[in-house]
Design a protein around this ligand. Structure first.
Ligand code: CA
Ligand code: CA
Ligand code: CA
Length: 321
C-alpha cells in the first residue's frame, strides 16, 4: 500500500514537473491559399486547358515540403471546352453554408484568412468548384492536375508567443479527372446517371498525411502532425498539433487497391484510392475546412488515443470492403 502510494506520488510529481512549463497554443491566425502547380489534357499536354486567376495571399512556403518562398503566382482556375460551352475548376473559399443536397451556395475565388482555436470547430478553407457543363465533341478535356495547398499559421494566443509564424506542412494533391460520356445513363461508369453520367476526380494526397474516409457520409478527412519545437522538454515542444482537413459537399467513392481508377491515377500498388463524383449541368462545390487539435507528447495517454484512431480506421476499411 505504502509502496503504491509512493509510486503514484512519484508519477504525479514527475507529470507535474514535466508540464509546469508546457505552453499550449490555444489560438492561431491562419492564411490558406491553393493554386494549380501543373495541369494537362488527356493527351498529357496543356493544350486546350486555359489557366486563370493567380494566388496572391503571400502564404509562406518555408515548410518542410517547400516549393518556394510563397505560393503566389499560381493559377486558381482551369477551364476547357470552347466558347460558351466550357467546364472549369475554380479554387476558392466557401461561405460554409450548405445548400440543397449538401452543396454550397457560393464560393469566392482565391485564398482565405481567419482564426482557428486549438480543439475548436473547423474553420473555412480553400475548396474547389467543378462547373460541369457539356463541352463540344472533340474538345480537349482536363486529364490531370496538381494542386498546391498552403496553410500558414501564426500564434495568436498566448500573445507572448505571437506572432510566431509557422508554415504548416505544405500539401500537393494530385487530381486525375475522368470526363464521362453523357449519352446513355444506364451505361454510366459511376453514380446514378441522373441527369447524365457523373464525372470522376480521383485524388492523391501526400504519404505523410493520415487519411480517414466515411464514404456513406461523403466526408474525406486527412491529418498532418506538426510541432513548434521537436524537443519535447522545451515549453513549446511538449505538444504535437494535428491539422485535419475535411472535404465535404460532393459524393465520395472508394476504389479497391490496384483497380483501374487507382492505377490510372498513379496510386501506388496495393493502395486503395478515393474519388469525388460531380454532377453534369451544375456547379459542384467541394468545401474544405480545417481544425487543429493538440496532444501532449509527454503523456502516456497518447498511446491510448492513437490506438483508438487505429480502430476508427479499421472501421472505415470494413465499411468500404
Ligand atoms: Ca462533364
Ligand atoms: Ca459526364
Ligand atoms: Ca446524379
Amino acid at each position: 500500500m505504502n509502496r503504491f502510494r509512493l509510486i503514484s506520488f512519484g508519477v504525479a510529481a514527475s507529470l507535474a514537473a514535466s508540464q509546469s512549463h508546457a505552453v499550449l497554443i490555444t489560438e492561431w491566425d491562419y492564411r490558406n491559399d491553393a493554386g494549380f502547380l501543373s495541369f494537362e489534357n488527356t493527351n498529357e499536354n496543356p493544350a486546350g486547358i486555359t489557366p486563370s486567376g493567380l494566388t496572391a495571399l503571400g502564404v509562406d512556403y518555408s515548410g518542410p515540403l517547400a516549393f518556394g518562398p510563397t505560393l503566389d503566382g499560381l493559377p486558381t482556375g482551369l477551364s476547357w471546352g470552347n466558347g460558351g460551352d466550357q467546364s472549369s475548376l475554380t479554387l476558392g473559399s466557401s461561405t460554409g453554408v450548405f445548400g440543397d443536397e449538401g452543396r454550397l451556395d457560393s464560393v469566392t475565388p482565391g485564398g482565405i484568412s481567419g482564426t482557428v482555436f486549438t480543439g475548436g470547430p473547423a474553420v473555412d478553407g480553400v475548396g474547389v468548384v467543378h462547373s460541369n457543363f457539356a463541352i463540344p465533341q472533340g474538345s480537349e478535356t482536363l486529364g490531370k492536375a496538381v494542386v498546391l495547398d498552403g496553410l500558414e499559421l501564426s500564434v495568436a494566443e498566448p500573445a507572448a508567443y505571437g506572432p510566431l509564424d509557422f508554415a504548416a506542412p505544405t500539401l500537393a494533391f494530385g487530381i486525375y479527372f475522368e470526363e464521362t460520356f453523357n449519352g446513355i445513363s444506364s451505361n454510366c461508369p459511376y453514380g446514378d446517371g441522373n441527369p447524365a453520367c457523373e464525372d470522376l476526380f480521383v485524388i492523391t494526397i501526400p504519404t505523410e498525411a493520415e487519411v480517414s474516409v466515411d464514404v456513406d457520409a461523403d466526408t474525406f478527412e486527412f491529418s498532418v502532425d506538426f510541432r513548434l519545437d521537436n524537443d519535447p522538454t522545451t515549453e513549446l515542444g511538449q505538444y504535437e498539433y494535428t491539422i485535419t482537413t475535411l472535404l465535404q459537399g460532393v459524393d465520395v467513392i472508394g476504389f479497391d487497391a490496384n483497380s483501374e481508377q487507382c492505377t490510372n491515377a498513379g496510386i501506388a500498388v496495393d493502395t486503395e484510392c478515393w474519388g469525388f463524383l460531380t454532377e453534369e449541368g451544375q456547379d459542384n462545390y467541394l468545401a474544405a475546412s480545417y481544425r487543429i487539435t493538440a496532444t501532449d507528447v509527454t503523456e502516456p495517454a497518447t498511446l491510448a488515443v492513437f490506438g483508438l484512431s487505429l480502430l476508427g480506421l479499421a472501421g472505415v476499411r470494413r465499411r468500404q470492403a
